[in-house]
Ligand binder design. Structure first.
Ligand code: KG4
Ligand code: ZN
Length: 346
């Protein structure tokens, strides 16, 4: 039952948290979204500088809110991959420095393993094996969770990640950044059947489609063509109906793949992780479709879907309990497969 201080700076949230095993003691998230909004997306150099500005305060607040001293912290963790290397470096350097000064073990954490561990914050008693549908700004994967640090990727996107598709469609509709939450909100007021859109199937050479892989670039292009057509026909774009139709197509596509994969693997639980796990359309679709198959679906609490340090701390606490510790020479990596998680520990 380790108590861990965790840091997350892989993209545009500066976060620090204190976690005891699968229980969050404090969680501070300082979003950079308002800063990046003026550029329409995350600017890596701006993100790194902003992490430098706000990280110390986030760490101080996480300790203050947890009302615990350094003596009670057993290990210090930070996301080390995948992500923006400069941004990751800020969190990892801070964690290593604190580990040296306070004489605590240091653990590097895989960002996606953090998203998987978000599920345990909703269901602390859950144990592997289960299937994780990981849907974020950079990933759309179906992952067979075998044990702490042991993962097999069964399905992936062939092009855009689903969060990226939400962000691009939002840009097409002139809705701002990040697109997911805005599209989600507008979709709730629109008609999901207004415009039939493709589901992003990946064709197989002999016919049919890949049961677990997805593709979102065709869907994005279909939305672009629809917007261009409607702009020529009407003065006011039916933004809510377009958002609802797009979200419906995404939710249907992800649901179909996740259910097929869980059933084929004989797994009875689907855990959803990553920013798009906050999507109301996906939550509704997946839960309804899982019911007749007796599949259990678990979503993390909303605040632990998007990037935060509590999920990172939860993953680190379990690794630490198993004696996994990272070397202080561990670097940051922009890409790292989930199958390589155990390389982070000695
Ligand atoms: O997990 P996350 O915070 O960062 C990454 O690891 O990428 O995910 C961010 C992504 C963004 O693309 C954002 O638009 C999307 O998650 N997102 C949503 C919702 N909330 C965040 N997408 C759909 N519906 C939402 N409610
Ligand atoms: Zn993330």
């Amino acid at each position: 039952m380790a108590t861990v201080l965790a840091i997350e700076t892989s993209c545009d949230e500066t976060a620090a948290a204190i976690v005891n095993n699968r229980k969050v003691i404090s969680s501070i998230v300082t979003s950079q979204i308002p800063i990046h909004q003026q550029y329409g997306g995350v600017v890596p150099e701006v993100a790194s500088r902003q992490h430098l500005e706000t990280l110390n305060e986030a760490i101080a607040r996480s300790l203050e809110e947890a009302n615990i001293g350094w003596g009670e912290i057993e290990a210090i963790a930070a996301t080390c991959a995948p992500g923006l290397v400069g941004a990751l470096l800020v969190g990892v350097t801070a964690a290593k420095t604190l580990a040296l000064v306070r004489q605590k073990p240091f653990l590097g954490v895989h960002h996606l393993e953090g998203h998987i561990y978000g599920t345990y914050l909703a269901e602390p008693d859950l144990q592997p094996p289960f299937l994780c549908l990981l849907v974020s700004g950079g990933h759309t994967s179906l992952i067979y969770v075998k044990d702490c640090g042991i993962y097999e990727t069964l399905g992936e996107t062939r092009d855009d990640a689903v969060g990226e598709a939400f962000d691009k469609v939002a840009r097409l509709l002139h809705l701002g950044y990040p697109g997911g939450p805005i599209v989600d909100k507008l979709a709730s007021e629109g008609n999901p059947k207004a415009f039939p859109l493709p589901e992003g199937n990946v064709s197989l050479p002999g016919g049919g489609y890949h049961p677990y892989d997805s593709s979102f670039s065709g869907l994005k292009t279909a939305v672009l063509r629809l917007v261009q057509k409607l702009e020529g026909e009407t003065s006011e774009l039916p933004v809510k109906d377009i958002a609802a139709s797009f979200q419906e197509s995404v939710a249907r596509s992800l649901t179909k793949r996740a259910i097929a994969c869980a059933l084929d693997c004989g797994l009875d639980t689907i855990a959803v992780g990553g920013g798009v796990a906050a999507n109301t359309g996906l939550r509704k679709h997946l839960q309804a479709a899982a019911l007749p198959h007796n599949l259990r679906v678990i979503f993390p609490p909303m605040k632990y879907c998007t990037d935060n340090a509590a999920t990172i701390g939860c993953a680190a606490a379990e690794h630490f309990d198993r004696g996994h510790i990272s070397a202080l020479t561990l670097g940051t990596q922009s890409r790292l497969s989930l199958t390589e998680v155990m390389q982070l520990y000695s």
